[in-house]
Design a protein around this ligand. Structure first.
Ligand code: GRF
Length: 206
C-alpha cells in the first residue's frame, strides 16, 4: 500500500507531474497519484495523466461566481479522491484561503528560482535580467502569500554566460524534476516538520 495519496494541480505542460509519475512508477516515491486536476481543458498535463493511468479532472473557473466558489469545488474533488497531499505543478491560479485552510501544511508548490528571489511570473527571465550568477528551484509549502511558504528543498544551478530564458529554464527544470519527487517522498515518510518558516527533514518519520 502506498503511504499517501497525492493530487497534482497543473495548468500546462505537466513535466513536473511526469517526474512525479515516473518516480512513483520507478519505486522512488511511495505514493499513489490520487487525481490530476486542471483549470485548463486542454492542458497537456491532463493527457499525461490519462496516459499514465491516472484520473484527470477539469473544471472551468468560468462556471463559478468567484474564486472562493471555484476553490470549494476543487476541495470537493480533492476530498473525493481522498487526497493527503496537494502538489501544485505549474498551476497558474492564485489559490484562496478556502483551499489553503482545507489542506493546511499539505499543499506544496514548485517555483523556478531560489526563493525569496524572483517570486511570481517569469522567474527565470527575472533572474537573467537581474544578473544573478546562481539561480535554481524551490519546493515549499503553500501559505497565503504567493511563492512564500516554508521552504522544503532548494537546488542551485549556475547562470552561464550567453544563457537565454530557454537554456536557463531547461537547466532549472532538470533540478525541479529531481527535487519535487524528493520533497513528496519526505512528506510520505512523515519526515517533514514545520516550525514557523523553517522545515526540518527528520532522520526518522515515526
Ligand atoms: C515549472 O517551471 C514550475 O517551477 C513552475 O511552472 C513550471 C511548470 O512546468 N511553477 P511543468 O508544467 O511542470 O512542465
Amino acid at each position: 500500500m502506498p503511504r499517501i495519496r497525492v493530487s497534482v494541480l497543473a495548468s500546462g505542460r505537466g513535466s513536473n507531474l511526469q517526474a512525479i509519475m515516473d518516480a512513483v512508477r520507478g519505486g522512488k516515491l511511495d505514493a499513489r497519484l490520487a487525481c490530476v486536476f486542471s483549470d485548463k481543458k486542454d492542458a497537456p498535463a491532463l493527457e499525461r495523466a490519462r496516459s499514465g493511468g491516472a484520473d484527470a479532472v477539469h473544471l472551468s473557473a468560468k462556471d463559478y461566481p468567484d474564486r472562493e466558489a471555484y476553490d470549494v469545488a476543487i476541495v470537493k474533488v480533492l476530498r473525493e479522491y481522498q487526497t493527503d497531499l496537494v502538489a501544485l505543478a505549474g498551476f497558474m491560479r492564485i489559490i484562496t484561503p478556502v483551499l489553503i485552510a482545507s489542506f493546511k501544511d499539505r499543499i506544496m508548490n514548485i517555483h523556478p528560482s531560489l526563493l525569496p528571489a524572483f517570486p511570481g511570473l517569469h522567474a527565470q527571465r527575472q533572474a537573467l535580467a537581474y544578473g544573478v550568477k546562481t539561480s535554481g528551484a524551490t519546493v515549499h509549502f503553500v501559505d497565503q502569500e504567493v511563492d512564500h511558504g516554508p521552504i522544503i528543498i532548494q537546488a542551485a544551478v549556475p547562470v552561464m554566460e550567453g544563457d537565454t530564458e530557454e537554456t536557463l529554464s531547461a537547466r532549472i527544470l532538470e533540478q525541479e524534476h529531481r527535487i519535487y519527487p524528493q520533497a513528496i517522498q519526505w512528506f510520505a515518510e512523515g519526515r517533514l516538520k514545520v516550525e514557523g518558516r523553517r522545515v526540518w527533514v527528520r532522520e526518522d518519520g515515526r
